[in-house]
Design a protein around this ligand. Structure first.
Ligand code: SAH
Ligand code: SF4
Ligand code: F3S
Length: 456
């Protein structure tokens, strides 16, 4: 009988992709994915360590799962609990100590060893926890089963992992390890598998995706721009995106790739702060004006480009003046949407040790001010879309019967009345209304004849 596997995913898209690949890796052992933890034979929490709140969630979730596990064991059943991802990498030993119900702890670069770890954990001599937080010399991608093509109309594809940039606030270089690019041909093969299984949009993933420099089989090295143009040649693929980028790696070849029709006119390009002093303390290695210049070049290549960003307020030592520089940069750039966070000191990172930490109330005030501005920009952008017709790739059902939801080229969620048969198709939709976080529209042409119409 099939065993039930429940994976709960926190954090970035990279974790979402990894959860898919873990599911594939465990399928040969008879594990099938389920949507709820109740009755599962194995539960994996794929965790995020980026901010304090994100990490804390893991321990509170483990508390709940322990009860589930105990009641299952009382009924004579068995349940394995695994912790994967960045908290596992950063706090492996701590997890086993604080949460004895955890059977497996494994870091982001070890997922290919999962079947073997599970067998060990099921063996009685290993009660008390199997831990694997290595950074193996081999790449997990070479050992994981081939992409199964189960992701649907939109899919993630990891092309790059890890980070060598060491921004002073960030845990990623420690949790994901050194920067690594997958070989070109592996990526193209995976993209073809996805396209053949009905995927129309692929988002290339990497912690520093635009630092991508993959080898081809004849010894050349390709950047992300070249890779995007090659993927654009694959039949069936209609849309390409990539995330997350660093301003320093926004090379001309990549900027020019934005002229390609299949490369969507949306870019997430975090800048974190608008003050050169703070950017330097963050070790971002660029100035606010460098960022402005990159944005200008991008908009020259692709005038309708919608921009997104990440911001941190209250980095140690941030003065009112520094914060005003952030506000000025946001005003200059004009974002279609963005994410903003209060600085969260992370254990082991250089910024956590800076003496001049900013009081919580100041962080909250600054965050509120920044978010007010970013929200106003988002509302204005969404409002400017009303009356326009966008090509929407319907990728899921809406809340209401007869409704489908998809993404606009600019990443907005758009919902419209549409029959289920349009799921997985790109359809022209006229935007009627802008809501806080989505757009409402009407299908203009389906591009697909209904069987009745075709035979008439
Ligand atoms: N590689 C990406 C960011 C990955 S982390 C980049 O270089 O831009 C995602 C976002 O989390 C970051 O962009 C940053 O805004 C935020 N973040 C990271 N560490 C943080 C911390 N210690 N406190 C608050 N926000 C943080
Ligand atoms: Fe973190 Fe900086 Fe690397 Fe992004 S570039 S993952 S913020 S260290
Ligand atoms: Fe979080 Fe790790 Fe991603 S810390 S943001 S899950 S790389």
């Amino acid at each position: 009988m099939a065993k039930k596997l429940y994976i709960k995913t926190y954090g970035c898209q990279m974790n979402v992709y990894d959860s898919v690949r873990m599911t594939d890796a465990l399928a040969p052992m008879g594990y099938e994915p389920v949507e709820t933890p109740e009755g599962a034979d194995m539960i994996i929490l794929n965790t995020c360590h980026i901010r304090e709140k994100a990490s804390e969630k893991v321990f509170s979730e483990l508390g709940k799962l322990r009860k589930l596990k105990e009641s299952r064991e009382q009924q004579g059943g068995e349940m394995l609990i695994g912790v994967a991802g960045c908290v596992a990498q950063a706090e492996g030993e701590e997890i086993v100590r604080r949460a004895p119900s955890v059977d497996l702890v494994f870091g982001p670069q070890t997922y290919h060893r999962l079947p073997e770890m599970v067998s060990r954990a099921l063996g009685d001599e290993n009660r008390g926890g199997v831990i694997d937080t290595d950074f193996p010399v081999e790449s997990k991608f070479d050992f994981l089963p081939e992409e199964s093509g189960s992701q649907g109309p939109t899919a993630f594809l990891s092309v790059q992992e890890g980070c060598d940039k060491f921004c002073t606030f960030c845990v990623v270089p420690y949790t994901r390890g050194a920067e690594f690019s997958r070989p070109v041909e592996d990526i193209i093969r995976e993209a073809r598998t996805l396209a053949a299984s009905g995927t129309r949009e692929i988002t290339l993933l990497g912690q520093n995706v635009n630092a991508y420099h993959g080898e081809t089989s004849n010894g050349k090295t390709w950047g992300l721009g070249r890779l995007l143009l090659e993927l654009a040649e694959i039949d069936g693929l209609e849309r390409l995106r990539y995330t997350t980028s660093h301003p320093r790696d926004m090379e001309d070849e990549l900027i020019q790739a934005h002229k390609a029709e299949k490369v969507m006119p949306y870019l997430h390009l975090p800048v974190q702060a608008g003050s050169d002093r703070i950017l330097e303390m963050m070790n971002r290695k660029h100035t606010a004006d460098d960022y402005r210049r990159v944005i200008d070049k991008l908009r020259e290549a692709r005038p309708d480009l919608a921009l997104s960003g990440d911001f941190i307020v209250g980095f140690p030592g941030e003065s009112d003046r520094d914060f005003a520089d952030t506000i000025r940069l946001v005003t200059d750039v004009n974002y279609a949407q963005a994410y903003s966070f209060k600085y969260s000191p992370r254990p082991g990172t250089p910024a956590a040790g800076i003496a001049d930490q900013i009081p919580e109330e100041v962080k909250s005030q600054r965050l509120a001010m920044l978010q007010e501005l970013l929200n106003a920009q988002q509302v204005a952008f969404n409002q400017s879309c009303v009356g326009k017709t966008f090509n929407i790739l319907f990728d899921r059902k809406g809340k209401h019967e007869g409704q489908l939801i998809g993404r606009s080229p600019f990443m907005q969620s758009v919902f419209a009345e549409a029959p289920d048969r349009l799921l997985g198709n790109s359809i022209d939709v006229r935007i009627d209304r802008a809501l806080a976080n989505s757009l409402a529209g009407t299908v203009v042409t389906t591009g697909i004849e209904s069987p009745a119409a075709a035979s008439a």
